[in-house]
Design a protein around this ligand. Structure first.
Ligand code: KIV
Length: 264
């Protein structure tokens, strides 16, 4: 079955959770979609995970197009969300041109890191047939502005700004919201203010969907592992397929994430 944005809205209306994982190539796209994960994110995290860079900032449109094409070839029906890399939406004209390239490469929607400054572009892309996921909270392309990978929305001002940005993004026509590293209680509050599907990572259990970086959840990591990551290899049958199936099951039955994966 092909997953569409309508599928996600229907799951939300039925109070059912859905899962999302990153994939950057045809083989993993085939495995992830074969297991039934609803959304594949061709994330610009590929800059760090595949290329060993310090951040996602150096990732280019050319690289995102290439990896989206690879994922499309392996996909068996998941919804493909392709990341718009750093500065690819600096102007409206650039946003149209770059988002169109990702859709032609095989994306079903694009994901953009941005707050209320971006609402005009969200409306215009949506009007022109390109659904947009707005990524809020810890937006890794702004790591240099944040001074590190820090939990966002902990003080009253930034909390209120995130709530306002969420409402503004939905009003502008965003198809999905994605929140990274915000307090679990803030995520729960935002869930009462918006009606579109919401995906979380390090944002507690209340969102409709959860996303992890594939390499993290199969334990293919070096260095410090983030608090919101769980290695699913021991939870499956010992294979990578088994770990991904265990992740999908845990997300959809609501047993992942647990409170200890979230932030106060
Ligand atoms: O690029 C990516 O993989 C992401 C997720 C961490 C949400 O944006």
């Amino acid at each position: 079955m092909n997953i569409t944005l309508n599928t996600l809205s229907k799951l939300k209306a039925e109070n059912k959770k859905f899962s999302c994982l990153t994939a950057y190539d045809a083989t993993f796209a085939n495995i992830v979609s074969g297991v039934g994960v609803e959304v594949i994110l061709v994330g610009d995290s590929l800059g760090m995970v595949l290329q060993g860079k310090d951040s996602t900032v150096p990732v280019t449109m050319k690289e995102m197009i290439y990896h989206t094409q690879c994922v499309r070839r392996g996909n068996q029906g998941s919804l493909i969300m392709a990341d718009m890399p750093f500065m690819s939406c600096a102007t409206e004209e650039q946003s149209y041109k770059n988002a169109a390239q990702l859709m032609r490469a095989g994306g079903h929607l694009v994901k953009v890191e941005g707050g209320s400054w971006f609402t005009n572009t969200v409306s215009k892309l949506t009007e022109r047939g390109i659904p947009v996921c707005v990524h809020l909270g810890l937006t890794p392309q702004s790591v240099n502005k944040f001074g590190g990978y820090k939990v966002q929305g902990r003080d009253e001002e930034s909390r209120a700004a995130l709530i306002n940005d969420s409402i503004a993004a939905e009003k502008a026509g965003a198809a999905i919201l994605l929140f990274e590293c915000i307090p679990s209680d803030l995520m729960a509050e935002i869930m009462t203010k918006v009606t579109i599907p919401v995906i979380g990572i390090g944002a507690g259990p209340s969102s409709d969907g959860q996303v992890l970086v594939l390499h993290d959840m199969i334990g293919a990591t070096t260095g410090k592992v983030a608090k919101f990551v769980h290695n699913f290899m021991p939870d499956g049958d010992g294979s990578i397929q088994g770990a991904i199936a265990a992740y999908h099951q845990a997300v959809t039955n609501g047993t992942f994430p647990k409170p200890e994966h979230g932030f106060d």
